[in-house]
Write a protein that binds this ligand. Structure first.
Ligand SMILES: Cc1cc2nc3c(=O)[nH]c(=O)nc-3n(C[C@H](O)[C@H](O)[C@H](O)COP(=O)(O)O)c2cc1C
Ligand SMILES: C[S@@+](CC[C@H](N)C(=O)[O-])C[C@H]1O[C@@H](n2cnc3c(N)ncnc32)[C@H](O)[C@@H]1O
Length: 401
């Protein structure tokens, strides 16, 4: 089964994330009458304007009534027939454009039928079935072949069935099945307060979504050992005691490594799922770490840390106010003479993927000019320097003045 990777900007129910319009139906696997009934029942409970429930459905199942199923298939656009021919069930959505209570035009009839059918599709998804709605069909042919009353508008035909193994489907459809699903960003489809005023979802929601969607080991920044730049700095300076904060700890690998060295570690992240996985890792590795949810831009942490490590957090903040909030937190959380080990994307890193900000030594010098001493900045990599895909990084050692 093709895995549809999506990039969500806030956590959503798995059902919404998982549903997609497959073209890979398993022709040999029937859908049970009970499953079809559940899908139709979900549609039945959709909301509608004036409670008119303007939708009516026609269901054809190749395993029970091949002749009717063939009539619906024949009315589909030729391109749709190519893949819909493998779907065991086809469901025609119709809607009544007239309100029954007053005989006037129901201008929400199409809207209501659409949301009822989406309920049907989501119920199918929850049952482990796949669905694919189609607008490509010959409405007149459908009406006459299946005796659909002329006063009803035919809105769509939905294919229903089980997803087939990708290898078994037509080669033309394989790339579509494997492709990532994309959507316009929320900032393009939502207006905030006044039309035209940009909406941005909270960044924390995006991080939480990311950790809910992806297992720790598959995250591009996952690094099981202590980052080589951190390790070298701590060894060179014979540092292995005192209090340490792993800021934006993510899966917690860095925090665990510091705890194993002998530091008394706090691991914080804005994502509760990240903190939960850091906690699990600490338990597995039998080290004692204080894991807590905290937003560095409005930190509620108390403490005066001898060491703070930031592996890939500062470069997430393009907004100057956020950068200032970050600096304030660092000044507040570091003990006098405490060290901040900061690793971010390098300005020379040109890949589109990755954080919004990239820095060079001069940038870091300028940002941390007040209250910090830049001891060293050096060019480095995230991950192994031997791997071509490793992003270029800038590693800096800063001391609180
Ligand atoms: C009303 C409607 C009509 C559609 N018509 C067709 C169609 O005729 N053929 C097709 O292959 N997909 C059709 N689609 C599927 C869309 O292309 C698909 O939903 C969209 O690309 C988003 O992909 P996703 O459903 O996988 O998220 C239709 C979807 C809707 C809601
Ligand atoms: C690139 S990841 C790096 C994770 C971890 N440091 C590592 O090396 O595996 C950036 C991390 O910063 C966290 N983060 C982003 N914004 C944050 C904020 N405002 N406060 C705390 N953590 C934040 C994200 O949730 C994410 O875990």
């Amino acid at each position: 089964m093709a895995q549809q990777r999506i990039n969500v900007q806030a956590p959503i129910e798995r059902l919404f994330a998982k549903r997609w319009s497959t073209r890979a139906f398993d022709a040999a696997k029937p859908v049970s009458a009970e499953q079809v009934a559940s899908c139709l029942e979900a549609a039945r409970w959709a909301p509608s304007c004036f409670g008119a429930e303007p939708w009516q459905y026609l269901v054809v199942d190749r395993f029970y009534d091949a002749a009717s199923w063939q009539l619906v298939l024949d009315a589909l656009a030729p391109k749709n027939q190519l893949w819909a021919a493998h779907a065991p069930v086809l469901i025609v959505t119709t809607t009544d454009p007239i309100f029954p209570h007053n005989g006037k035009t129901n201008r929400w009839a199409e809207y209501d039928a659409g949301q009822a059918t989406q309920c049907l599709c989501l119920q199918a998804e929850s049952l482990g079935l796949a669905s694919h709605q189609m607008g490509g069909f010959d409405s007149a042919a459908l009406s006459s072949a299946l005796a659909i009353p002329e006063n009803l508008q035919i809105m769509s035909v939905t294919a229903l069935g089980y997803v087939a193994d990708l290898a078994t489907i037509d080669a033309d459809f394989q790339p579509m099945e494997a492709a990532s699903r994309t959507r316009k960003p929320l900032s393009e489809i939502v207006h905030n307060g006044r039309w035209g005023t940009t909406y941005s979802p909270p960044a924390a929601a995006g991080w939480e979504a990311r950790y809910q969607e992806t297992s720790a080991e598959q995250l591009p920044w996952f690094y099981p050992e202590l980052d080589a730049d951190f390790a070298r700095t701590l060894t060179d300076r014979s540092l292995n005691r005192g209090t340490a904060l792993d800021l934006g700890c993510g899966p917690g690998t860095q925090a665990v490594a510091l705890a194993k060295m002998g530091f008394s570690v706090t691991a914080s992240d804005v994502s509760s799922s990240a903190v939960a996985s850091a906690r699990v890792l600490a338990e597995q590795e039998q080290v004692d770490i204080h894991c807590t949810v905290d937003n560095v831009l409005d930190s509620q942490l108390h403490g005066s840390f001898d060491l703070i490590i930031d592996r890939g957090v500062f470069h997430c903040f393009p907004n100057p106010n956020d950068q200032q909030a970050y600096l304030n937190s660092m000044a507040q959380l570091l003990a006098p003479d405490g060290l901040l080990l900061l690793k971010c994307f390098h300005k020379d890193e040109t890949s589109e993927m990755g954080p919004p900000c990239r820095y060079n030594e001069a940038d870091i010098h300028r940002f941390f000019a007040n209250g910090f001493e830049l001891i060293e900045s050096r060019d480095s990599y995230f991950g192994s320097p031997d791997c071509e895909e490793s992003p270029k990084a800038l590693f800096s050692i800063l001391r609180k003045a």
